[in-house]
Design a protein around this ligand. Sequence first.
Ligand SMILES: NC(=O)c1ccc[n+]([C@@H]2O[C@H](COP(=O)([O-])OP(=O)(O)OC[C@H]3O[C@@H](n4cnc5c(N)ncnc54)[C@H](O)[C@@H]3O)[C@@H](O)[C@H]2O)c1
Length: 275
Amino acid sequence: MIKGKVAVITGGGGVLCSAFAKELASKGAKVAVLDLRIEAAKAVSDSIRKEGGVSFYYKADVLDKANIEAVREKINKDLGMCDILINGAGGNSPKATTTYETFDTAHLHDKDITTFFDLDPKNINNLFQLNFTGTFIPTQVFAKDMATRGGTILNISSMSAYSPMTKVMAYSAAKAAISNFTMWLAVHFAPSNIRVNAMTPGFFDTNQNHALLFNSDNTPTQRTKKILSQTPLNRLGEVKDLLGTLIYLCDDEMSGFVTGAVIPVDGGFLAYSGV
Ligand SMILES: NC(=O)c1ccc[n+]([C@@H]2O[C@H](COP(=O)([O-])OP(=O)(O)OC[C@H]3O[C@@H](n4cnc5c(N)ncnc54)[C@H](O)[C@@H]3O)[C@@H](O)[C@H]2O)c1
């Protein structure tokens, strides 16, 4: 049952997790929307309340443990103890991305091209921290609410975790760490009846990456053609494609025996070898 449960969603102001927050609220969860961008968190929370749901929003930085602990205290007062944690804050950064898919010695002296050699360790660290440590800290803080009562944690990994996507080296490594951490944590917390799972979304046409996927005349870019050629269901995902998996993994009655699972929602991308 989702009804009456307290769901804490980091990155709740973002594209995927705002939809997750609204879906959980529509099933009767009391939803805490956490985001670095307080206006985005507020908009999601307001929209849930407008629909008759229960929601509070909080400015939160998933990399600041003291801040997350203070937010947990507020949530405990406003809504109660956390039953469901969605670790949604994360993403890629152009600062941790190479310009081209593969290396060419001709790129070495071109200042406009970021090769592997130009990647700044600081930017790689930041990206790794946002995705990995930004999942670790909220888990450490909110799993305390679950330690004596059970609960469920959902991490967001990526297709890039299984087989790294070109250009996004640090993102791929960090998401591989998330999949690995999910399995580690599932074993560690099993005696406390805290289930820990992850979903790995495939390629989604979200506001954030629309420009990467479609030209200004709305025709698919080369990257989109490549993605679709590797996706047996032959389309991009829509956010609503993730909601069934979200509810399934959060609801103890549906997935009470599922822990340590990393579930692809990818139109068959992972299964296809390309031949
Ligand atoms: N969009 C996709 O196609 C896709 C595919 C696979 C995986 N994912 C993963 O799903 C998750 C959500 O992605 P999205 O596309 O909705 O991204 P998004 O950028 O729309 O949302 C991420 C949210 O996290 C917030 N955030 C960033 N740093 C933060 C911090 N330090 N503390 C608190 N909040 C912070 C941002 O303000 C933003 O609202 C990410 O982990 C992403 O890697 C997305």
